[in-house]
Design a protein around this ligand. Structure first.
Ligand code: PMP
Length: 405
């Protein structure tokens, strides 16, 4: 069977990355890895989940947990989320909230909702590679979303039209972004809103890391800023995507979208056609654990990750050569290191795995045009202090060796 001739055109952009091939080597025990963008499993609230699951099955909720349910999501969880959203300046009703299977599913659905082939999505350079992966299935083009640029809405429109479509949305992670760790300030957030308004397009706010702030000036959510201006979420163009993956449990795949009802109603239809609803049991468990421990859990994560961030920043200061720079994130899980122009992150990874046995994610895959190769992403979420010291020391060595060649 010649499978390739029957695959849909949308499949052509879905490729296994060579980086993933390299990262398979990570199973070797002597490798120190800063590659995985995952939360530290040692911090998962396993006791709280164990109690929640036992409780669920000791009551009539056990049957509900195993039954089909509504596409919008488990009502008590949406109620808890509505209250949480209210506390960060996003007053909303239950009808403004859809539970999704992780925020990754929300990105897929938003691609499906807005993008026809050849339309343009505006994304930052670099951006979350999983968002590019989700949007790619809808065959868009990408243009660079840059709050500092002086391109006008007409410039963006003309570029999109020349590619045979229209600008359909802007997407950004504005808090402790994956991969850079960077946070946009209020002025930059306003710039995103102004541009979205000038283009009359939605703005997708990826809030996956929003609650993981360790220090610095708290910034309002983009949706909160817009509600402040317009008075009600129904008049807002921002679509907020939240997730329990970085705070409670990524494996349960529970995230949520908050937006004007008209958007949520559309997403509900997409969800009905896609998977009917997110797992009832997981939503019920997340609701119980969130109500019991969310604040405490976030405090624990903040304390642990911020110490790891500080440790990694100190190690970089000590070990990196002068021609290397890096970001100083106020939260999240990542530091972005900029190498000298002539060093490609993927080449450095190959060399580094061979000679120094230290791993990270090369930056090229985070660029919609794959153009910039000299950035690398380091994750500190799972890194213990002695591994950080040893691993960053090795990284410094391999960069020096590569620069000297
Ligand atoms: N957005 C960003 C910026 C992420 O880094 C991730 C996970 N790595 C996601 C969304 C998706 O997370 P989940 O589907 O687990 O909620």
């Amino acid at each position: 069977m010649d499978w390739a001739q029957v695959f849909a055109s949308r499949q052509s952009r879905m490729k296994a990355s060579e980086i993933r091939e390299l990262l398979k080597l990570l199973d070797q025990p002597d490798i120190i890895s800063f590659a995985g963008g995952i939360p530290d499993p040692a911090l998962f609230p396993t006791d709280a989940f164990s109690e929640a699951f036992a409780d669920i099955f000791s009551t009539a909720e056990g049957q509900q947990a195993l039954q089909y349910s509504v596409s919008e999501g488990y009502k008590p969880l949406r109620e808890w989320l509505a209250q949480q959203m209210g506390e960060i300046g996003i007053p909303c009703d239950l009808d403004n909230i859809l539970i999704t299977s992780g925020s990754q599913q929300a990105l897929d659905y938003l691609g499906k909702l807005f993008l026809s082939p050849n339309d343009t999505a505006l994304v930052t350079w670099p951006t979350y590679m999983g968002a590019l992966g989700a949007f790619n299935a809808y065959e868009p083009h990408y243009d660079r979303l840059d709050p500092a640029s002086n391109r006008t809405a007409d410039d963006y429109r003309a570029t999109a039209e020349a590619k045979g479509g229209a600008v359909k949305f802007a997407y950004a992670s504005v808090d402790f972004a994956n991969p850079t760790g960077m946070t946009m300030d209020r002025r930059e957030r306003q710039g995103l809103l102004d541009l979205s308004e000038a283009l009359d397009i939605p703005f997708i706010e990826d809030a996956a890391y929003q609650s993981l702030r360790y220090d610095g000036e708290p910034q309002p959510s983009v949706l909160a800023m817009e509600i402040e201006k317009r008075g009600t979420i129904e008049d807002c163009r921002t679509i907020y995507c939240g997730s329990f993956s970085k705070t409670l449990a990524p494996g349960l795949r529970v995230g949520w979208v908050v937006a004007a009802k008209e958007v949520i109603q559309r997403l509900v239809l997409i969800k009905q056609a896609s998977d009917l609803h997110s797992a009832s049991l997981n939503q019920i468990a997340i609701n119980r654990v969130a109500r019991a421990t969310f604040g405490k859990q976030v405090d624990l994560i903040r304390k642990t990750y911020s110490a790891r961030r500080d440790h990694m920043l100190a190690a970089l200061e000590r070990e990196m050569p002068d021609n290397v720079s890096w970001t100083r994130p106020e939260g999240g899980m990542f530091i972005w290191v900029t190498l000298p122009q002539d060093i490609d992150g993927a080449d450095l990874l190959a060399e580094s795995l061979k000679t120094e046995k230290v791993a990270f994610v090369p930056g090229r895959a985070f660029y919609a045009d794959s153009a910039n190769g000299n950035g690398i992403r380091l994750s500190f979420s799972c890194a213990l202090p002695d591994k950080i010291d040893e691993g960053i020391g090795r990284l410094g060595r391999v960069i020096r060796q590569t620069s000297a060649q």
